[in-house]
Design a binder for this molecule. Structure first.
Ligand code: GLA
Length: 375
């Protein structure tokens, strides 16, 4: 009793997909208007959708097995709890931006693991944005839809995330990472031929649920903004590595590690892009591991499980590894020789077992396509 016609008594007008993501490098740089380098995952959220003529937004989720019905005119920030807040927020953001959209019936399905730091919420927002764009003939670009999806999350759901996840889900291309400048949203698709280099990118979901809504993310963001203000900068992005030592000397001690992370992380993104441009993806390894150390020691968003996954992966022969996404749990990526992927995954699993942690869930990330219409 759950296909579209059974749920809504009519056929759908179209079907769309939007992927989750992993970020190769560039963590907690987006809201500092810096650089990020995500890839889209093959795992997606899919939406079958049709416009409704009665001003109702009906949402059915195959995971929650739940139908939520909302009046579009009544949508207001904070008014829709749980998963339905993300799609409802997108409809709200479109209307707030002056787009004359009404209701729709949606059947949502997903194979993006949720709470794993793989941007299942951004994928949910983006698939709804893509569907509405086509259904209502809005003609918005992928980047414009990403910005609206971010607004949904910031202003409607209430999570002060940056722009990376929505841009990754909307704009990534197969076989490439998205080198994004968060200041002006200029982007370049940088080819990442892992298979051609005999490599694979393992994703190890630690199963420690990350939650950006609990205040820690907002506090870090506020710390960065305070540091930029104290330094007289529009954003930490404007601080170059050459000016770092001087800047740190002017800051209160609690802001020093935050600023050091952001400035060195932006430099790591640029170094990673240069290596990919040079056709040497294996050389990313040490940059990934250095990025993790910075998140662990300076930004302090790792946790014992992500630290152990990184250590065990590197000890088992990974070229490099790091937590990916906001932190406080979530997933670790490990760059490995393709023929060693099974061994590395098994070693990390064994280390988790020995530590008494739940077994990590493992998948292999292949740079995939951003949001698109399926039919
Ligand atoms: C989350 C946010 C992103 C970004 C990352 C950290 O995924 O949604 O905007 O800030 O954390 O890099």
């Amino acid at each position: 009793m759950n296909d579209f016609a059974q749920l809504y008594g009519r056929p759908f007008e179209g079907e769309w997909a939007a992927p989750g993501r992993v970020n190769l490098i560039g963590e907690h740089t987006d809201y500092n208007l810096g650089f990020v380098l995500p890839i889209a995952l093959p795992q997606t959220v899919r939406a079958q959708a049709a416009r409704s003529g009665d001003g109702q937004l009906r949402l059915w989720s195959a995971q929650g097995r739940e139908l939520v019905a909302l009046r579009v005119d009544d949508l207001a920030p904070g008014s829709v709890p749980g998963w339905a807040g993300y799609p409802a927020g997108v409809v709200w953001a479109l209307r707030e931006a002056g787009h004359p959209v009404g209701g729709a019936d949606l059947r949502l399905d997903s194979d993006v693991p949720s709470g794993a730091g793989l941007s299942s919420s951004a994928a949910l927002e983006c698939v709804v944005a893509a569907a509405y764009n086509d259904l209502y003939g809005l003609g918005l670009s992928a980047a414009e839809l990403a910005v609206l999806a971010q607004r949904a999350e910031n202003a409607f759901v209430g999570v002060p995330c940056g722009i990376m996840d929505q841009m990754a889900s909307m704009c990534c291309r197969p076989g490439a990472a998205l080198f994004l400048d968060s200041r002006d949203l200029t982007m370049r698709h940088v080819p990442v031929d892992l298979a051609g280099a005999g490599l694979a990118l393992l994703v190890l979901d630690t199963r420690v649920k990350h939650d950006l809504g609990d205040g820690a993310y907002a506090a870090l963001r506020a710390g960065c903004e305070r540091a930029a203000a104290l330094l007289g900068l529009p954003a930490l992005r404007s601080l170059q590595p050459s000016g770092l030592a001087d800047a740190l000397a002017q800051l209160p001690p609690e802001l020093v590690p935050l600023v050091r992370h952001v400035v060195t992380e932006n430099a790591r993104v640029e170094a990673a892009v240069a290596l990919l441009d040079a056709g040497d993806p294996a050389a990313l390894g040490p940059i990934l591991t250095a990025g993790h150390a910075s998140l662990r020691d300076d930004y302090r968003v790792s946790c014992p499980e992500t630290d152990l996954a990184v250590e065990a992966a590197v000890a088992a022969g990974a070229h490099g590894a790091r937590m990916t996404g906001g932190g406080f749990g979530g997933s670790v990526i490990a760059l490995v020789d393709a023929d060693a992927a099974g061994h590395v995954a098994a070693e990390v699993t064994a280390a988790f077992r020995a530590a008494g942690y739940a077994e990590p869930r493992t998948l292999t990330a292949v740079p995939a396509e951003g949001a698109r219409r399926l039919r």
